[in-house]
Design a protein around this ligand. Structure first.
Ligand SMILES: Cc1ncc(COP(=O)(O)O)c(C=O)c1O
Length: 337
C-alpha cells in the first residue's frame, strides 16, 4: 500500500527567527508559568527596563517596553504624527497603517532608485513633518541606511525622527549613541526577529525621558504580559547562543543570494534575515509564488500586507536553515529554467 508523503511546511513569509530557542531559556520560562496569576511589571517593569538599558547602553528612564514594536509604532504615531508623517517607501507597512488608523496626514516618499534604496526626503517635507520614519535596516529591501543620511534628516527636521531598528542585531549598526545629542530621536527595537520571541510580543522604544513619557501616555499600564516580561529579562543571558545563530544566518543568506544570482534572479543587498528577490513581472512572480506554495514553501509576496509601496514583482524570503534554502533554490531552478 502506498503511503502519501506529507511534506513539511516551510514558512519563510514572516521574518521571525526560524531557529530553535535555547533549551535553558525554555526551561526557565516553564518555571515561570505557575506565577501567571500575578500581574506583570511590578514597579513599572523596572527589572526589564534595567536589563534593556544594560543591553543597549542607555539608562532605565530612556527605555519603554511594549507589546511588540508594532505597538510602539502605533503609540509613536499617536504621540507625534498629528501634523504630517513622512514614510520612505517601499518599507514596513505599519507606519502607514498607523497613520491611516488615526486619520493623520502622511506623505509616502519613493526611496527606490533601481535596486538602490536611499532616503530621499526634501528639505521642505522635513520642515513640515511632525514625524519622520526611517526603517534601518529597511524591510523589505534589507539594506542599511548610512548613518550620515540619518544625521542629515535629524538636522533638517524639528519633528520626531523614529528609527526602526527591529533588525539591528543582524546588521550591527545603530544610532543609539546619538540619543543624547538629538532629543527628537526615537528608536524602536524588537525581540521578534533576532531573539525568537515573536509569539510572546515584546518590543521597546528608546528616547529622551520626555518622549518616553509622552509615548507611554498612549499605552496601557500592563503593556507587556508576564511571560514576555520574564523572557525579555532571561533571554539576554543567552546572547552568545543568538550571536552564533545570527552569524550562521548571514552565511546561509549569502549562499542563498549567490544561488539566486546563478539562476539570474536579482536581489537587494541584505544585512537582515530576509532577502528580497526580483522576478521581473507580476505574472512571473505569482507563478513562482504559487509553485513554491504548492510545494509547501511560503514566501512573502509584494502584493501582501507586509510592505507599503512595493511593486508587485518581488518575493521576500526569510532565511531558514541551509537545507531549507537549498530546497528553495532547487525548486526555483526547476521552474525558472
Ligand atoms: C521593520 C519592522 N518593524 C517592526 C515590526 C514589528 O515587530 P514586532 O513583532 O516587534 O511587533 C516588524 C515586523 O515585521 C518589522 O519588520
Amino acid at each position: 500500500m502506498s503511503k502519501e508523503v506529507i511534506k513539511e511546511e516551510i514558512h519563510l513569509e514572516h521574518s521571525s527567527l526560524r531557529y530553535p530557542l535555547p533549551e535553558g531559556l525554555l526551561k526557565e520560562l516553564a518555571m515561570e508559568l505557575p506565577s501567571i496569576n500575578e500581574y506583570p511589571g511590578g514597579g513599572e517593569y523596572r527589572l526589564l527596563r534595567t536589563e534593556l538599558a544594560r543591553y543597549t547602553g542607555t539608562s532605565c528612564g530612556s527605555v519603554l517596553p511594549a507589546n511588540g514594536s508594532d505597538e510602539i509604532i502605533e503609540a509613536v504615531t499617536r504621540a507625534f504624527g498629528k501634523k504630517l508623517i513622512l514614510i520612505p517607501v517601499p518599507t514596513f507597512s505599519q507606519y502607514e497603517v498607523s497613520a491611516d488608523r488615526n486619520g493623520f496626514a502622511k506623505k509616502l516618499v519613493n526611496s527606490l532608485k533601481g535596486c538602490n534604496y536611499q532616503l530621499d526626503y526634501t528639505a521642505d517635507d522635513l520642515k513640515k513633518a511632525s514625524l519622520v520614519w526611517i526603517c534601518n535596516p529597511n524591510n523589505p529591501t534589507g539594506n542599511v541606511i548610512p548613518r550620515k543620511d540619518i544625521i542629515k534628516v535629524l538636522h533638517l527636521t524639528s519633528g520626531i525622527v523614529a528609527v526602526d531598528e527591529c533588525n539591528y542585531e543582524y546588521a550591527g549598526e545603530t544610532v543609539v549613541d546619538l540619543l543624547g545629542q538629538y532629543p527628537h530621536l526615537v528608536i524602536c527595537r524588537s525581540f521578534s526577529k533576532n531573539f525568537g520571541l515573536a509569539g510572546l510580543r515584546l518590543g521597546f522604544a528608546l528616547s529622551s525621558l520626555k518622549n518616553i513619557h509622552e509615548i507611554a501616555g498612549y499605552l496601557q499600564v500592563f503593556r507587556v504580559n508576564k511571560m514576555a516580561e520574564t523572557a525579555g529579562i532571561k533571554v539576554l543571558k543567552y546572547l552568545d547562543y543568538f550571536q552564533e545563530i545570527w552569524q550562521e544566518i548571514a552565511l546561509v543568506r549569502e549562499n542563498f543570494v549567490s544561488g539566486l544570482r546563478d539562476l539570474g534572479v536579482k536581489t537587494f543587498t541584505s544585512r537582515t534575515n530576509f532577502v528580497l528577490a526580483d522576478f521581473i513581472t507580476e505574472e512571473n512572480t505569482r507563478r513562482v509564488c504559487q509553485y513554491l506554495q504548492s510545494e509547501n514553501i511560503f514566501s512573502c509576496p509584494s502584493w501582501g500586507e507586509e510592505c507599503t509601496g512595493l511593486e508587485k514583482h518581488y518575493l521576500r524570503f526569510t532565511i531558514g536553515t541551509n537545507k531549507e534554502m537549498n530546497l528553495v533554490l532547487e525548486l526555483l531552478a526547476g521552474i525558472l529554467k
